[in-house]
Design a protein around this ligand. Sequence first.
Ligand code: DX5
Ligand code: ZN
Length: 225
Amino acid sequence: MNLSAPPWICPSILAADFARLGEEVSDVLAAGADTIHFDVMDNHYVPNLSVGPLVLSALRKAGVDACIDVHLMVKPVDRLVEDFLAAGADYITVHPESTEHLHRTLSMITDGGAKAGLVFNPATPLDALEPVIDMLDLILIMSVNPGFGGQAFIPSSLDKLRQARRLIDISGRDIRLQIDGGIKIDNIGAAAAAGADAFVAGTAIFGADNYADTISSMRDEIADA
Ligand code: DX5
Ligand code: ZN
């Protein structure tokens, strides 16, 4: 896997045409995406059901070798961490609420050879971050409540991005700061200005007629922020 330098554009497959998933993934990568954001929902931790490790394995078998960041919205989470490691995840991001033993879950991810991410819902403070920040490669700030694509961006997530950016800078670690939910061309600059350097977008990319134009407009907004 070749990791590109940030900023990263991370299209969420949740908004892709699942009947043509392999083609959709190839198309967004050809259009300039940096990672494929793979949203996993279990109808328990969140009120929706998406896809599991078999679908990730299928993408790998079809020859997708790009960075895939898996966002696990499932509870309990540890069993699926193992399955997604085996399926070829590069990053695995978990919610602190989804595990009784966060340190153990993050250790499973890094011991398994993947990069570890921790994700915070809009109402979840960053309290869980400090004890484990040295284990992390990615921090994800949710700018919608997890469970569905196509929701409106929650503006208070900008403050949380600024807070997380400060903590990352203090840590001195190379940690991506990712934002997820309601990201579009007209608000991606604000997220960049608040410190994000990785941007998940589902509807805004897969819902557009031209993926490359959309990703390049997003990059322009980030550069101007
Ligand atoms: C929400 C997911 C997001 C979502 C983003 O639970 O984690 O990744 O698919 O979709 P948009 O960009 O449409 O808000
Ligand atoms: Zn997500």
